[in-house]
Design a binder for this molecule. Sequence first.
Ligand code: HEC
Ligand code: HEC
Ligand code: HEC
Ligand code: HEC
Length: 466
Amino acid sequence: MVGRPVKRTQTSVLWVVLAWGYFATGAAQALDPPHDSSQSIDCFNCHITHHAAGGAITKIGGNPNLCMSCHTAGGVASGSPFADVDEAIPGTSGTSHRWDSGASGWVKPSPANTSLGSVQSGGSFIGRYRKTYTITVTAAGDAGTARFNWTTSKPVGQTYRDEFAAIAFNGTNGTLPWSTSPWQEIVEADGTAAGVIQVAANAACASGNCLRIGGGTIDTRGVRRSANVSQGTSATLTFSYRRQLATCPNTSTANVGLQVSSSGTTWTTLATYNLNACDSGQVAQVFDITPYLAATTQVRFLGVGTAGASDFIYLDNVQVGFLAPGGGGANVSTGINVGLDEGLTVTFVNGTSSPSFALDDQWAIYASPDVNQPTTFALAARMVDGKVTCSTCHNEHSQLAEPFNPAAPPYPAPGPGGAGRDYQRINADIDQMCVDCHSGRNVTASAQGSHPVGVLIPTTGFYKNP
Ligand code: HEC
Ligand code: HEC
Ligand code: HEC
Ligand code: HEC
């Protein structure tokens, strides 16, 4: 039977048999309307026996291109036209379910590209939110030689942090390594264990050790640390402090200023801590340092005056946190199934001449959450390069499968013979087709991660079942 489920592996053999059978004798097997003689359509409107452009021996290469050769304004099926721009980018544009996407999203080349090679997304996106990846070629060449950078739209938090776990100036406890730019003493240069700037264990620390300033002449003395936050779109400085004096309060004018700089030359004071009062515990501090985002952003604690021999400020858990464009990689080698993040991979396919990938050319990959590859064989067999096409959801030969629309005519039907049933690939009367790829949304309780569907609502004056 033509167009009925046929195993992929058998297709080419079957095709030869069918082609001889049907094309040689004329269309003995009727197509269901309207893809039939009612619209002057037969097998040859879509198929060609030799040197075909399309994978399924179709006249036009690319499944949607074949459909849209008729389903276009001015085409044979101008009553139901489609164009690529109709494909929905939810919340942005489009009016139709996409026909070029899958669990790995879809790829859009920049219109300015000159590359003859192409980029395909693969894998299965496991992110919780919609995400756009940008691929930029940083060294021209063919796949394997060319290099690329990638960034994503989803911002992630990154931190440089020092909890003073050890008696050292190079502590690093954040998401990014910080040990290569340790605290630098200012004026004083006697290490962690001497002078008015020390890293010491004390009960006044948040825990264990912390940075201690005081106990003598602190004027112009201090400590500074640099952090590369050039990738950031916003940044905060957090830490906590506690002042401990021999006598609380006192009349000292000594203080420690907190300053920030993008360059290390001009400094802005964010706060001043006077060494004339005590704190009963560590006091949390948060400052927005977004205006100072740079590769050379620096923070420093700088003393003024002379602190009493037993008067100190204890500073702990110093953190520079920033939001950076999510994920990303630099100067990555092109190839097959190169890993990005959250389950997504990317494959570079060479073009017809070298170099396939031109410098600065860009591709965007749009990935959507809660989409899986179909498991029903009839659907899965019609995914092309892992992406949905028109024929994944439609069986352009047959109106047999039950459509969702309850008003659709029965099959086989008298008169028009099934026209109006929208050529569904599998029965879809209870959403079977949708939930195959969107099983993540097919839940009956909100605890399962989405709005419940298929829940019976009691018919009362306020609720009415559809
Ligand atoms: C409206 C366009 C169209 C018409 C008309 C059409 N086909 Fe197809 N056919 C396709 C497309 C697209 C595919 C590939 C997608 C798929 O598997 O359905 C295909 C696939 C096939 C296959 C592969 C088997 C399968 O189901 O995977 C066979 C065999 C086939 N067609 C035979 C025919 C014959 C015989 C006729 C005429 C009686 C015909 N087709 C008419 C578009 C058409
Ligand atoms: C994700 C599944 C899916 C994909 C992909 C898909 N369709 Fe559909 N299509 C449907 C369903 C379901 C219906 C019937 C319900 C409705 O009318 O919306 C339908 C209805 C139609 C109709 C009749 C109603 C109308 O709006 O014109 C046409 C024609 C059609 N599709 C053509 C196409 C073509 C051509 C493509 C590819 C360019 C395509 N479809 C891709 C699921 C799909
Ligand atoms: C040779 C021209 C031609 C091609 C190619 C073609 N169609 Fe059609 N199709 C038509 C015509 C004509 C109609 C009926 C009139 C209209 O919708 O404008 C139709 C109607 C439909 C309908 C509505 C059926 C109904 O029950 O009312 C669907 C769905 C559809 N086509 C899907 C497809 C898909 C999917 C492809 C590609 C695999 C495709 N068509 C390729 C000519 C074509
Ligand atoms: C063969 C697999 C497949 C089938 C069948 C399918 N979808 Fe989808 N659907 C997808 C993919 C893939 C996307 C992601 C599109 C993108 O990348 O933006 C998607 C996206 C959507 C979206 C946009 C929201 C989002 O998360 O991007 C809606 C709504 C949707 N589908 C509804 C449906 C409905 C309703 C049906 C049944 C008529 C259906 N789908 C059938 C694969 C499928």
